[in-house]
Design a protein around this ligand. Structure first.
Ligand SMILES: [Zn+2]
Length: 441
């Protein structure tokens, strides 16, 4: 029913209030609207674990790349061939130069729809804020669309790369990359690409400076087991297993506090310290109602997740574990599992230099400046990405996702990317791809 005429201005004011500040009706060009639509289309393909639709992603990405004149190849590193790895190639004019590789993983972590304000696979765009809500909006399904649209822009401008530009779209990054980049990096196909430099995913930046990552931390697992004399629950004695384990936990907690303190004080970034967190503890004698309460058990165990910056003195940490955290004289034994290598193929710590010793760094940094952007201090990522497999081969690789003034929402509920931020990223990649693929050094 229509409101009486005299109430209409009031009604309009109420509508404006609840819908937020209205944006102009047509803020984007036709090309930009198409680019946003392509991003939404990719986001709607359910590539989240535990059953990522890689076939759907390939059916979207391969014809998309082919329509831009790129060569496409599909590789498989599993016998079942359900985990394709797509390679999109823009041949350079000088094939003798090492190529530039732009990487992105096709999979994403799961989402719990009931905890989201918009369905996580609908890629809903809020017209008031321009936010596109979807699992993968930041991590990292924006990237291939931005790479491809940047190439569209460069081709339209008549640009021809000197170096060949490859885009790799890989499966299973979120589950460790075993059937994805890890096997790819060891393959003959990868060697044949003759990669000189790789760009991979980074993270959103809440400020107006882009973030860039030059290393991933090393991932270790530490299990400490304590043994001790069993005894009645009422008796106080030295050397009980749980007591020995508590000593270990307290010592580790002290180290953890010192490391965390540096992050809290702003002295170091979260990726620049050693993190150690207890992830499980096991002790006690089970009973039908829970645990036996009047026996001190003879065994106890704790597991720690341990992450180290590649620049850390590894031997010193190992000594610390042996002598301070799990000393044998306290009936403690331990198992230290290193996941992945500590050194690259040339025996160097695994990180990419961000100074004049690495010419790619200068080219990248200048490209960001030419795009009107700025970089914050290069960081070590506190978790891991596929970049580690490439850096391990001694090939420089940086983690970079062009998202400024954006909250960090990877793996979070209500993950979103604003349309304007997404579009600016395309322009940034035009500068970056132009510069990297023209580099003659
Ligand atoms: Zn990611």
């Amino acid at each position: 029913m229509a409101a009486p005429l005299r109430h209409r201005p009031l009604l309009l004011a109420v509508v404006l209030l609840i819908s937020g500040l209205p944006r102009p009706a047509h803020p984007f060009t036709e090309l930009e609207s198409d680019q946003i639509a392509r991003f939404q289309e990719y986001l709607r393909i359910r590539t989240a674990h535990p059953s990522p639709d890689y076939a759907g992603a390939a059916a979207f990405l391969l014809p998309y790349a082919a329509s831009l004149g790129l060569h496409t190849t599909t590789l498989h590193f599993t016998p079942c061939k359900t985990k394709p790895l797509l390679l999109l190639t823009w041949p350079g004019t000088d094939p003798s130069l090492p190529s530039v590789l732009l990487n992105s993983h096709m999979d994403s972590v799961p989402a719990e729809p009931e905890l989201w304000s918009h369905p996580p696979f609908a890629a809903h765009r809020d017209p008031a804020t321009g936010r596109i809500y979807a699992r993968g909006a930041q991590d990292d399904k924006c990237l291939p669309v931005q790479y491809l649209e940047a190439i569209r822009g460069l081709r339209a401008a008549g640009f021809a790369p000197a170096r060949t530009v490859h885009i790799s779209l890989v499966p299973d990054e979120e589950t460790g990359g075993v059937d994805g980049f890890e096997k790819f990096a060891r393959s003959e196909e990868f060697r044949a690409l003759n990669v000189g430099f790789m760009l991979d995913e980074g993270q959103a930046s809440p400020t107006d400076a882009f973030r860039v990552f030059y290393a991933d931390r090393l991932v270790w697992r530490l299990i400490v087991k304590a043994a001790g004399a069993p005894g009645h629950g009422s008796r106080m004695f030295d050397g009980a297993a749980v007591g020995n384990l508590m000593d270990c936990v307290e010592t580790v907690a002290g180290f953890r506090e010192a490391q965390f303190g540096k992050v809290k004080a702003g002295e170091k970034g979260p990726g620049e310290v050693v993190s150690v967190n207890p992830v499980y503890m096991k002790a006690g004698i089970p009973s039908p109602t829970g645990f036996v309460m009047n026996i001190q058990p003879s065994e106890a165990e704790v597991g720690f997740d341990l992450r180290l910056p590649p620049t850390e003195d590894i031997e010193q940490i190992k000594r610390r574990v042996k002598e301070e955290w799990a000393p044998a004289h306290k009936n403690l034994t331990y198992e230290l599992m290193q996941k992945g290598p500590v050194m690259d193929v040339a025996g160097r710590p695994i990180f990419t230099a961000t100074n004049e010793s690495n010419p790619w760094w200068s080219v990248f940094e200048q490209a960001i400046t030419s795009a009107g952007g700025k970089l914050s201090k290069p960081e070590i990522l506190s978790s891991t990405t596929d970049s580690r497999f490439v850096r391990q081969l001694g090939i420089p690789a940086l983690g970079f996702s062009p998202m400024t003034n954006t909250p960090i929402l990877l793996h979070d509920n209500n993950e979103f990317l604003e349309d304007k931020v997404f579009l600016r990223g395309i322009k940034v990649y035009e500068h970056v791809i132009r510069a990297l693929s023209s580099f003659q050094g």
